[in-house]
Design a protein around this ligand. Structure first.
Ligand SMILES: C[S@@+](CC[C@H](N)C(=O)[O-])C[C@H]1O[C@@H](n2cnc3c(N)ncnc32)[C@H](O)[C@@H]1O
Length: 386
């Protein structure tokens, strides 16, 4: 029996007796191709065993899950034509197979793993982010693809944000392969979420996508444009400017995550004017309304405490934002998008453009009621919309 066949037999046996840990294929036959490695693990998806293939390319990872029978055929073909080295890890032993022109070899050594990993496919959500290269360049992952010590919360936030987008796009008209999805990220900062969104829309959903990040800091613009170029995200760019001054044509999705104070209002107003189908914002500091809370509200015993006033102002600010968006034809949802243990700035306002807006006045009346209840002289978003 050839060494290649011996290895495949060990692989099949390890799956049958549940000792399989992982199979890694490396040293590609095509040295100049983009595919560098394939990592194969076992996963249970909808209670059925699958082989999960991570195809590691130069700049991105692509994951494919195949039923075991189909997966075995793929492994055979990859070993016979595409890779020179295969490392099989089982709880009974490690096997290294190496192809050589004259003769191939198969070496067995002590097992590196004493137990098999969980077969649950609880990592399915994490696969919403596949390209890890930009996360390395942004400093979220280290060079081995592990989350940097101080970036755990940021990594969770990125994943959670993509999960929210994933839910919003299910069944949406924006999710169509033949239409360009134009996105603007107002206050893009270091670009963590901008890159992840581009990766998700264009890499995973395969939608023709263009994303522009708008940011006032030149250093961040330069850094983000450099990384976009390095990872070949061709239709992702970052432009210097203030949100309020940024001229926006028809846009499909507008995001503004943690844009400071009234910058969130500027972004919402721009999104509504550009008739964005989706407006997604996570407001940050809420100074404007707090400062304009004047006079006797009947809530003095609450508002005399700084922290309570701050929290009250946050709630009222965002409630008025949602009402103004409703009045302008957006169905809104306000929710916590990530647990408070990861960030305090965890509120999200999502507006989906409605086909019809039968009675905007009812929402404007509500705005007036809230303003009067809390003695708020004005809300900045109102002035932008009016
Ligand atoms: C807290 S960071 C958030 C960055 C990113 N959106 C995120 O959530 O990871 C806010 C960013 O918005 C930028 N910014 C604040 N006000 C802005 C404005 N009016 N126009 C453009 N950028 C603004 C800041 O420079 C900063 O980089």
């Amino acid at each position: 029996m050839s060494k290649e066949k011996e290895l495949l037999l060990e692989f099949e046996t390890s799956i049958q007796n549940d000792s399989f840990v992982r199979l890694t294929l490396s040293k590609p036959a095509d040295k100049d191709g983009s595919l560098k490695k394939v990592i194969i693990t076992l996963a249970s998806i909808k209670r059925e065993a699958h082989l999960s293939f991570v195809y590691r390319h130069k700049t991105n990872d692509i994951t494919k899950n195949l039923k075991v029978v189909e997966g075995k055929t793929t492994v055979e073909s990859l070993i016979s034509s595409d890779f020179q080295i295969a490392n099989l890890f089982t709880t009974n032993g490690d096997f290294q197979f190496e192809k050589n022109n004259s003769k191939s070899s198969l070496r067995k050594s002590k097992p590196s793993f004493k137990t098999v990993p969980s077969r649950g496919h609880d990592k399915e959500k994490r696969h919403l982010i596949q390209n890890t290269e930009y996360l390395k360049l942004l400093g979220v992952l280290d060079k081995n693809g592990r989350v940097q010590k101080d970036k755990g919360d940021k990594f969770k936030q990125i994943n959670k944000f993509i999960e929210v987008i994933d839910g919003l796009l299910k069944g949406s008209e924006l999710n169509q392969a033949d239409k360009l999805v134009k996105v603007v990220d107002m206050g893009s900062g270091k670009g963590y979420l901008t890159f992840a969104l581009y990766d998700y829309l264009s890499g995973q959903l395969k939608l023709p996508t263009s994303i522009t990040g708008v940011e006032v800091r030149q250093d961040l613009i330069d850094k983000c444009n450099g990384i976009a170029k390095a990872v070949n995200f061709e239709n992702l760019d970052f432009q210097l400017g203030y949100i309020a001054d940024f001229s926006l044509d028809k846009t499909n999705i507008l995001i503004a995550l943690h844009a400071c104070d009234t910058a969130t209002d500027d972004a919402i107003a721009k999104g509504m004017a550009a008739e964005a189908e989706l407006i997604i914002c996570a407001p940050c500091c809420h100074k404007q309304v707090r400062k304009s809370m004047t006079g006797n509200t009947g809530l003095d015993s609450v508002l005399q405490h700084g922290i309570l006033k701050e929290r009250q102002a946050e709630i009222v600010t965002d409630a008025i934002r949602a009402l103004i968006m409703e009045a302008n034809g957006y169905k809104t949802k306000v929710f916590e998008f990530i647990s408070t243990e990861h960030t305090g700035k965890n509120l999200m306002i999502v507006g989906e453009r409605k086909r019809q807006n039968p009675n905007p006045q009812q929402y404007l009346d509500e705005v007036e009621k809230l303003k009067s209840q809390f003695s708020i002289s004005h809300h900045y978003l109102e002035s932008l919309v009016n």
